[in-house]
Design a protein around this ligand. Structure first.
Ligand SMILES: C[S@@+](CC[C@H](N)C(=O)[O-])C[C@H]1O[C@@H](n2cnc3c(N)ncnc32)[C@H](O)[C@@H]1O
Length: 269
């Protein structure tokens, strides 16, 4: 692969999404972009990069960004954050917001929606403890393709077997052919919207809980700092931020401090 084309692609991807492509990811570029290159009649990566540069906000450029995102996700990923939400954070926020209040949750970088629906099921499980306080969940992602899938609330047998307890599956999903569909009571709590984490998030409103999980790992340090700053700017004073198991704010942002006893949970300083 031509080094100049690779670095032009890396530069474009970084500017558009914050995602860092290091030279050891050449195999990833080849496997993910090969079908698009064939379809577009590009003889090599240089030809594809030329098309991207010719129309930076065109459909091919968008498709390249989509193809370079990693959308791996599963229901109740890592378990602990959802237990923490159920046992501590949601009941505490509900008490603070009151019976007619709303708890707004942002599943930032939600991929195909498993994280957002896991929060919805968690809230439904403890509805009596929330004493009338509503929970609204917004799932956002850069990729339109994953959002299109999330919107359907449809999951394959393979997907529901990853992380979803069988009791939750039978309670909150119905079978439709070979797929499982989230029931209306779960779907009603969740909405989805395209959103790039590099943008100032004020148009999304204020949030009580933000799940920013398994996405910072794709960014370089300045981008991590910028995204955490964006999140801090819309998090309520008593709100909670969850990061992925391999992510931290330490050395990256001074806006957050770890919450006692809860790995991956942070509060505003
Ligand atoms: C590995 S998935 C994480 C999904 C989920 N949060 C979880 O932990 O299971 C990472 C997601 O981040 C999204 N993403 C990457 N860069 C982004 C950006 N700049 N803005 C919004 N989403 C982004 C990708 O499209 C992908 O769906």
């Amino acid at each position: 692969m031509n080094a100049a084309s690779f670095s032009a692609l890396a530069e474009f991807l970084h500017a558009r999404s914050g995602i860092v492509l290091t030279p050891d990811k050449a195999y990833l570029v080849e496997t993910r972009l090969a079908p698009l290159m064939r379809r577009e009649g590009c003889a090599d990566l240089g030809a594809l990069v030329a098309k991207v540069k010719a129309a930076l906000s065109g459909p091919i450029a968008d498709e390249v960004v989509e193809l370079m995102t990693t959308n791996e996700t599963l229901f109740f990923r890592d378990g602990k954050p959802f237990e923490h939400l159920r046992q501590q954070v949601l009941p505490k926020l509900a008490a603070a917001r009151g019976p007619r209040g709303v708890i707004r949750v942002w599943s930032a970088a939600c991929s195909t929606g498993q994280e957002a629906f896991s929060v919805a099921m968690t809230a439904l499980e403890i509805a009596p403890a929330l004493a009338g306080c509503r929970v609204e969940i917004l799932g956002t992602d850069l990729s339109r393709e994953v959002l299109r899938r999330a919107e359907t609330g449809r999951f394959s047998q393979f997907e529901v077997q990853r992380g979803l307890p069988i009791t939750m599956l039978t309670k909150y999903f119905r079978k439709d052919g070979s797929e499982w569909v989230v029931k209306d009571e779960v779907r009603a709590l969740v909405s989805f919207r395209e959103w790039n984490l590099l943008r100032p998030p004020q148009p999304l409103g204020r949030f009580d809980v933000v799940l920013l999980r398994n996405v910072l790992i794709y960014f370089d340090q300045p981008t991590k700092t910028r995204v955490l700053e964006n999140v801090a700017s819309v998090l309520a004073k008593d709100g909670v931020l969850y990061l992925g198991g391999a992510e931290t704010v330490l050395g990256i942002s001074s806006r957050f401090a770890p919450l006692d006893g809860a790995r991956s949970a942070y509060a505003l300083v």
